[in-house]
Design a protein around this ligand. Structure first.
Ligand code: IPM
Ligand code: MG
Length: 358
C-alpha cells in the first residue's frame, strides 16, 4: 500500500511493438483517474538495443521501489533467434517476474455483454462465463535447468511443495473472495497421469483443501481442461495450474472474451504491489499504426488500481468506462465484426471514449 501523503509511483515499461502505444494510452487514462507519478524504464528488445540486456539492474531496482509496475509487451521479429547465446526480449519479462517474486498470475476471463458475438465461440456456449486463471509464474519448466548440445536439448521441470502451496493458497483465497467470502470452486489442472511434478501438485493442492471447506475442489488433466474450456467454459470458476499449462490455457480462454486484445493480468507476490500487463503480445505487425486495442491494458490498469494501490472504486470506474465505450459501439479492428451500430476506431479514439465514459 502506498503512503497517502504522496502520489503513488508507477514504473512504466512500454517495451516493444504496440507496447509504447498502449502504455501511452493507459497513462492518459490514469491521468484522468487521479494523480500518479510515472517512472519510465526500458525492457525487452528496446533494452537489448540500448543497454545490451533485456532487463537492466537499474530497471529492476526501479520496479522494486515502485508502488506498482505497468508493462506493455516485449518481443518482435527483430530479436527472434534460436541462438541460445543471444539475449531475448522475453528474458526481460521472465527476469522481472522472478526478480520481483511474482509467483501468482491472475488472468480473469469474462465476456463483456457488448462483445459476446465477437467471440469465435457461439453465444450459448460462452454466456455466463466468469472464470479466473491463476497461473504459477516463477517455477516449472520456464525456470528449470536448460541445456543444449549439438543433437539434444533439455528443459527441466521442477516444483517444490512450497511453490505449489503458495499458488494453491492464492487460488483458494481468490475463490473465496469471488464468492463473497464463502463458496466458489477451484479446478486444479495438471498432467498427473504422466508427470511427477503434477502428482506432487495434485497431492499438495488436495492437502490444502481442508482449510477451505466452502470451496469445491476438482482436478482436471490439462488436455481435458483444454477441451472443457471451449466446450463448457461457464463450468469453471478459479482454474489453478502450473506455469506452462497456464500460459497455454490462458490464451485459449482469451478467445472466450472475443479477442485476446481484451485480457488483462496481474502478477502478484509477497512483498510486492505487483506487475500489470495485457495478456496479448507486442503485435509487431500493427505496431505504430495507431490501430492497437488498448482495452486489455486499460483493464490491467483497473487491476493495478485494485490490487496494487487498493483503489477498488477507481478500478470499477475504469471497468465500467470500458464497457461503456464498447456499449456505444466503438470497436478497434480486432473486435470489429461489421455488425449494426459498430464503429471502427483506432487507439486514440477508443482511449478518448473510455476517458469520456469515466
Ligand atoms: C505470457 C507470455 C510470456 C510467457 C512470454 C512473452 C515469455 O506468453 O505472459 O503469457 O510465456 O509467460
Ligand atoms: Mg502467453
Amino acid at each position: 500500500m502506498s503512503d497517502s501523503s504522496r502520489s503513488p509511483r508507477i514504473v512504466v515499461l512500454p517495451g516493444d511493438g504496440i507496447g509504447p502505444e498502449i502504455v501511452a494510452a493507459a497513462i492518459r487514462l490514469l491521468d484522468a483517474v487521479g494523480d500518479f507519478e510515472y517512472d519510465e524504464r526500458l525492457i525487452g528488445g528496446v533494452s537489448i538495443d540500448e543497454l545490451g540486456t533485456p532487463l537492466s539492474d537499474d530497471a529492476l531496482a526501479a520496479c522494486r521501489r515502485s508502488d506498482a509496475v505497468l508493462l506493455g509487451a516485449v518481443g518482435g521479429p527483430k530479436w527472434d533467434t534460436t541462438d541460445p547465446a543471444a539475449p531475448r526480449p522475453e528474458q526481460g519479462l521472465l527476469g522481472l517476474r522472478k526478480g520481483l517474486g511474482l509467483y501468482a498470475n491472475l488472468r480473469p476471463v469474462k465476456p463483456l455483454a457488448a462483445l459476446i458475438d465477437a467471440s469465435p465461440l457461439r453465444r450459448d456456449r460462452i454466456e455466463g462465463t466468469d472464470l479466473l486463471v491463476v497461473r504459477e509464474l516463477t517455477g516449472g519448466i520456464y525456470f528449470g535447468r536448460k541445456d543444449r548440445s549439438p543433437d539434444s536439448a533439455v528443459d527441466e521441470c521442477v516444483y517444490t511443495t512450497a511453490e505449489i502451496e503458495r499458488i494453491a493458497v492464492a487460488a483458494f483465497e481468490a475463490a473465496e473472495r469471488r464468492a463473497g467470502g464463502g463458496g466458489g470452486g477451484v479446478t486444479s489442472v495438471d498432467k498427473a497421469n504422466v508427470l511427477e511434478t503434477s502428482r506432487l501438485w495434485r497431492e499438495v493442492v488436495t492437502g490444502l483443501a481442508d482449510r477451505y471447506p466452502a470451496v469445491a475442489l476438482d482436478h482436471l488433466l490439462v488436455d481435458n481442461a483444454a477441451m472443457q474450456l471451449v466446450a463448457d467454459p461457464s463450468r469453471f470458476d478459479v482454474v489453478v495450474t502450473e506455469n506452462m499449462f497456464g500460459d497455454i490455457l490462458s490464451d485459449e480462454a482469451a478467445m472466450i472474451s472475443g479477442s485476446i486484445g481484451l485480457l488483462p493480468s496481474a502478477s502478484l507476490g509477497a512483498g510486492s504491489n505487483g506487475l500489470y500487463e495485457p495478456v496479448h503480445g507486442s503485435a509487431p505487425d500493427i505496431a505504430g499504426e495507431g490501430v492497437a486495442n488498448p482495452l486489455a491494458t486499460f483493464l490491467s490498469v483497473a487491476m493495478l488500481l485494485r490490487h496494487g494501490l487498493d483503489r477498488g472504486a477507481d478500478a470499477e470506474r475504469v471497468e465500467d468506462a470500458v464497457e461503456g465505450a464498447l456499449g456505444d459501439g466503438l470497436r478497434t479492428a480486432d473486435l470489429h465484426t461489421g455488425g449494426d451500430g459498430e464503429r471502427l476506431v483506432g487507439t486514440d479514439e477508443m482511449t478518448a471514449a473510455v476517458i469520456a465514459a469515466l
